[in-house]
Design a protein around this ligand. Structure first.
Ligand SMILES: O=C(CO)COP(=O)(O)O
Length: 260
């Protein structure tokens, strides 16, 4: 049984007081039996973590340095530092990092390795652009994004990692992938991992992101291979985010083999 994860990516939004109010409301009201995590802007993680200790709310960072250890890398934050302030997860390869910071598949693979080396659980973000989908390249693009990480890290690394499918055209656009589109790509990702190791592939959680709202999430969660959500805009309002958490609790993941 894969436990559902609802992850809120706050991106570069908020302030110290807004972050405290939002995390406080989520921590006080989130349902049991699922994993709930927030990914605040970096400066807020440590204090929010201290504020929410004992609540069960988990924390993640939106990015990390690909470099391990310490060193003269101005502006970089290492995986070990994120773990030190209480982060459990880290996003790697979000499409906004790939687009605005030129992160290649190989750079993303190194970040994935750095995260795991420090005991963080990476959430590998993959997804195609509108043009790539229209050209019929969705599986090829996502296949390459996965292959780079598999090549450097091996399939065993996915035992402590998740994959986030985020079609670029659905992010912040209000245009969600249909449940069928999401399921199709999630099944493709799982089948690709299954070729390497069936049992790891069936344990790996695959979460969907891209204009997820309290209104459209139930049908996404009902899909066999959708094990949670990576929420952007709707994660900035406690009531919306909590409704998504409740929907996740109401549709627990089924073991994959039941659908075969
Ligand atoms: O990028 C996202 C989460 O990482 C999705 O953002 P939106 O939910 O705002 O589309």
């Amino acid at each position: 049984m894969r436990r559902k994860l609802v992850a809120g990516n706050w991106k570069m939004y908020g302030s110290r007081s807004m972050a405290s109010d939002l995390a406080g409301a989520i921590g006080a009201n989130m349902p049991a039996e699922i994993d709930v995590a927030v990914f605040p802007p970096l400066p807020y993680i440590a204090t929010l973590r201290a504020q929410l200790v004992g609540s069960g709310l988990q924390f993640g960072a939106q990015d990390l340095s690909e470099r391990e250890g310490q060193g003269a890398f101005t502006g970089d934050v290492s995986a070990a530092m994120l773990a030190d302030v209480g982060a459990n997860y880290v996003l790697v390869g979000h499409s906004e990092r790939r687009k605005y910071h030129g992160e290649s598949n190989e750079c993303v693979a190194r970040k994935f390795a750095a995260a795991r080396a420090a005991g963080l659980t990476p959430i590998l973000c993959v997804g195609e652009t509108r043009q790539q989908r229209d050209n019929g390249e969705t599986e090829a693009v996502i296949g390459q994004q996965l292959d780079a990480v598999l090549k450097l890290n091996g399939i065993a690394s996915f035992d402590t990692a998740l994959v986030g499918y985020e079609p670029v055209w659905a992010i912040g656009s209000g245009e969600t992938a249909t449940p069928q589109q999401a399921q199709h790509v999630h099944a493709f990702i799982r089948s690709k991992l299954e070729k390497e190791d069936i049992s790891i592939a069936r344990r790996t959680r695959l979460i969907y992101g891209g204009s997820v709202t309290a209104t459209n999430v139930a049908k996404l969660f009902a899909q066999a291979d959708v094990d949670g959500a990576l929420v952007g805009g709707a994660a900035l309002t406690a009531t919306d985010f909590l409704q998504i958490c409740v929907a996740a609790q109401q549709t627990p993941c089924a073991p994959r083999h039941q659908f075969r």
